[in-house]
Design a protein around this ligand. Structure first.
Ligand code: FES
Length: 99
């Protein structure tokens, strides 16, 4: 027997855009997350993914992991010590090139 709520929940999940949160709290900002934002934007532009991904910069001031920053979250998974090269690796793994 299929559960309607589960089915519609799964459909909603499939349709939701992936979400990237780049912590712009003062600690992560000072540790270089503004360069990570640039790397993220460049990657998404190169891959034509700008409209496919929700990138949140403002609403997430300090995630409480300052000592391990800069912090980036991708669909709720926390990545620590992220720099532009690590950001690119995360994005490559999250959005593998098709073909
Ligand atoms: S400023 Fe980013 S975790 Fe605190």
């Amino acid at each position: 027997m299929l559960c309607r709520e589960t089915d519609s929940h799964n459909e909603k999940d499939v349709m939701a855009k992936p979400k990237i949160v780049i912590c712009m709290g003062s600690s992560c900002f000072a540790r270089g997350n503004e360069k990570t934002v640039e790397a993220c934007e460049n990657f998404l532009a190169e891959r034509g993914l700008k409209d496919e991904v929700d990138v949140d910069l403002g609403a997430s001031l300090c995630t409480g992991n300052c000592a391990e920053g800069p912090i980036v979250l991708v669909d709720g998974k926390v990545y620590k010590h992220v720099d532009p090269l690590v950001m690119r690796d995360i994005l490559e793994a999250t959005f593998p090139q098709k073909g």
